[in-house]
Design a protein around this ligand. Structure first.
Ligand code: NDP
Ligand code: HSE
Length: 431
């Protein structure tokens, strides 16, 4: 049975049906776009599972346009085929459904998932805004460096605290870790996992140092560690490597992994001065707090180490990855240049280097802060992904997808611990 022959299902906010076209899975979604963010998230979750999507958008005359716009901000490219045109030519096709959608009631858990949020900047602030309007979650505390710093008035001051141990003492079910400090982030992740608290992290420097050790720690304590946003912002790069590995042994990874460098290189190619391009990348929320990490390849090498962990037994340490630095006076090759991260299993080499990519359809036409990935398996099969590699909206979406995955499948331990009056032992947070 093909997707085209399936009867239209009733409106829902998630995957209603899946079918296969050759070996590619297709999700058919009928969406109520009156909650545009929720509808876009439903599409995004399917895209990161590697599915083609046909989305039937209901809820107003402009439902299709609103959905397409929301997905563009996340970094999901869509097509809106005219009647009679093929639906499966694009990764995501949006077609107009009935103007009035039937609202799909959300499943509310017996009690909300208790979320401890670490970081309230570009990423943490975006996650907090989303959590604050969703009654499936309760924010129990927000860790920041300086609780007295002036902030968006929407951030509840009573939740702010500066002591990591005090955050975990609030007995969260899950820690969302999005801070700009690697050592504090790592200590917090370790402390949370050690007490069986699930973790969603965007912090590649915290996760990338030794992802295998963190995964083992999570397993030892029956906790889940998710870190999709740590690589690729909103583009599903980790998920793509996992799919490739499930197909066969990975022999090569090539990727643009730093949004800031890609943004700057695109601006330099358009004649913009280096300093001006860097300021624009910082203003847009793409660059790290210290942009040296972006420019020196440190950010990309941590991300490549995470992808290597997903691709190979044993992974690769970030210290083994050779790096080149982008600066105002760096001599770049002529043509279209990208900061390309490469791992070649057969030559046992890994590097982040400025590379000419003219003629390479995946990397040459990669606008603004976009990231892209090509993974090759031993039988020559190629898996690719592209999307917005940095910024509040795409990264929040990626964290959100991890969080809603946790919500959809509560861990055994959490389910047991979420009974009334049950207390976990306090763990200290040591750097
Ligand atoms: P920001 O600089 O915007 O925010 C960082 C937050 O971390 C701030 O709230 C800051 O507190 C807090 N913080 C920093 N150090 C400490 C500390 N020692 N203890 C407690 N809180 C601390 O960073 P981003 O939101 O951009 O990035 C957060 C994380 O997400 C980083 O690891 C980054 O690499 C990663 N990431 C970022 C992406 C992006 O596009 N920006 C995309 C993907 C991942 P205060 O507010 O008081 O300063
Ligand atoms: N500073 C990072 C980048 C953020 O520019 O890619 C996303 O990880």
């Amino acid at each position: 049975m093909t997707a085209a022959s399936l009867p239209l299902p009733r409106p829902v906010s998630g995957a209603d049906l899946t079918a296969h076209v050759s070996d590619e899975p297709v999700a058919l979604l009928q969406l109520d776009v009156s909650d545009t963010a929720e509808a876009a998230s439903a599409v995004y979750r399917e895209v990161r599972r590697g599915r083609r999507v046909v989305a039937v958008a209901s809820g107003g005359v402009d439902a299709s346009a609103r959905l397409a716009e929301a997905l563009d901000l996340i970094g999901v490219t869509t097509a809106r085929p005219e009647p009679g045109q093929a639906l499966l030519n694009a990764p995501v096709s949006i077609v107009a459904g009935p103007e009035t959608a039937i609202a799909h009631p959300r499943t509310i858990p017996a009690r909300p998932l208790r979320v401890a949020l670490a970081g309230c900047g570009v990423v943490g602030g975006g996650v907090l805004a989303r959590l604050s309007t969703d009654d499936r979650f309760e924010v129990v505390g927000v860790l920041v460096r300086d609780p007295k710093k002036p902030r968006d008035p929407a951030v509840p001051g009573a939740l702010l605290l500066a002591d990591p141990a005090a955050l975990l003492a609030r007995e969260p079910d899950v820690l969302v870790e999005a801070i700009s400090d690697a050592s504090t982030g790592l200590a917090l992740i370790r402390a949370a996992l050690s007490r069986g608290v699930d973790v969603v992290s965007a912090n590649k420097q915290a996760v990338g140092g030794d992802p295998a050790a963190l995964t083992a720690l999570a397993e030892a304590h029956e906790a889940r560690l998710l870190y999709s946003a740590s690589v690729g912002g909103g583009s599903p790069l980790i998920e793509t490597v996992r799919r490739a590995r499930a197909h066969g042994p990975v022999v090569r990874i090539e990727a643009v992994l730093n949004g800031t460098c890609n943004f700057i290189l695109n601006r330099l190619a358009a004649g913009v001065a280096f300093d001006e391009a860097l300021i624009a990348a910082r203003d847009a929320g793409f660059a790290e707090e210290d942009p040296t990490a972006d420019l020196s390849g440190l950010d990309a090498s941590a991300k490549l180490a995470i992808l290597a962990h997903e691709a190979l037994d044993g992974g690769i340490s970030p210290e083994r990855i050779a790096r080149e630095t982008l600066s105002a006076d760096a001599a770049l090759l002529p043509g279209r240049v990208r900061q390309l991260s490469r791992l070649d299993v057969r030559t046992d080499s890994a590097a982040v280097a400025f590379t000419a990519v003219d003629g390479d359809s995946l990397f040459a036409d990669l606008p603004d802060e976009w990231n892209a990935l090509r993974v090759t398996t031993g039988d020559g099969r190629v898996f690719t992904a592209r999307g917005r590699g940095a910024g509040r909206i795409p990264t929040t979406e990626s964290v959100w997808a991890d969080l809603t995955d946790l919500l959809a499948s509560p861990s055994q331990r959490n389910a047991a611990d979420r009974g009334p009056g049950r207390r976990r032992k306090c763990a200290s947070v040591q750097e």
